[in-house]
Design a protein around this ligand. Structure first.
Ligand code: ADE
Length: 225
């Protein structure tokens, strides 16, 4: 893995990496900033895609086409979908899927995958990073859709349909675009809320802490590549 692409949706999700990296050059394509530089001797390209799957799909494709990256890491925050996964704990993607696209469409139409499987090598690196920083972590499926989930009823539907660990709004499209380009990927998320009726309040309290926590795991991963 010579050059690593790192994507966060919001500034608070990339700030820590931006602070820590040696910044060489900044680009702008389709409104997305791309920061090239070095972190622990590793070439990285950091970008901020904005919220939502269309943004993250577009940004991931540009990252792949213009920056010749060897893998992509998506860092950020998420809503927990399981009672044993608490705020400020980490979720490492085993696989990702869109919760707002019918399973039959995923299976029967291009690219003919119900879920996109994360890179085993990157999963192992993420686990190692969580262990060495004493961060509580869970490995599991991450689902993404074009809505902020703050509703126990929808939470129940997602759990029933996908058995996911957490929900967010970009990871599945990063995985989808990485898959069709044959690029290894992983989604690393720190829980900011429980995707229930209290989610908006919990989110406001924890978004920055959780965003930094996830970014710190990515930094630790880069130091171990
Ligand atoms: N990102 C963080 N929390 C979320 C939630 N509850 N739903 C969707 N995306 C999120």
């Amino acid at each position: 893995m010579k050059r690593v692409g790192i994507i966060g949706a919001m500034q608070i999700e990339i700030d820590l990496v931006l602070d820590k990296m040696e910044l060489l050059k900044e680009y702008k394509f389709a409104g997305f900033p791309f920061y090239t530089g070095v972190l622990y001797g590793r070439e990285i390209v950091l970008t901020r895609c904005g919220v939502g799957k269309v943004n993250s799909a577009s940004c991931t494709q540009i990252l792949i086409d213009r920056f010749n990256i060897d893998c992509v890491i998506n860092t950020g925050i998420a809503g927990s979908l399981k009672n044993d996964i608490s705020v400020c704990e980490m979720v490492i993607s085993s696989d990702v899927t869109h919760h707002d696209v019918r399973k039959a469409q995923m299976k029967n139409l291009f690219p003919f995958e119900e879920t996109f499987i994360a890179s085993e090598e990157l999963i192992n690196l993420a686990i190692k990073a969580c262990i060495s920083t004493a961060s509580k972590y869970h490995c599991g499926r991450i689902v993404s859709g074009e809505c902020f989930v703050e509703d126990n009823k929808l939470k129940g539907v997602l759990l029933n349909d996908y058995s996911p660990a957490c929900v967010e709004m970009e990871g599945s499209s990063v995985g989808h675009v990485a898959f069709i380009n044959n690029i290894p990927f992983i989604i690393i998320r720190c829980i900011s809320d429980n995707a229930d009726e209290e989610a908006a309040i919990t989110y406001d309290t924890f978004e920055k802490i959780a965003g930094n926590q996830s970014a710190s795991i990515v930094i630790e991963m880069i130091s171990n590549i």
